[in-house]
Design a protein. Sequence first.
Length: 70
Amino acid sequence: MKNLKSTMAGTVFTVNVVVGEEVVVGQVVFVLESMKMEIPVEAEVAGKVATIIVGEGDFVNEGDVLLTFE
């Protein structure tokens, strides 16, 4: 399994994928909010979403796993 990790600390503003969805490299899968700025988080690998670990409104730290791919 491959993991998608947060590149910064912030609050999950939107989750743009669902479990089972096929994701391509560069697709925006989350939007984080930090210091009133919205920062897109893009998939670094292509794959099928296996689990989504965080939800909208959750606070994440840099390096936290956001989702896993099959």
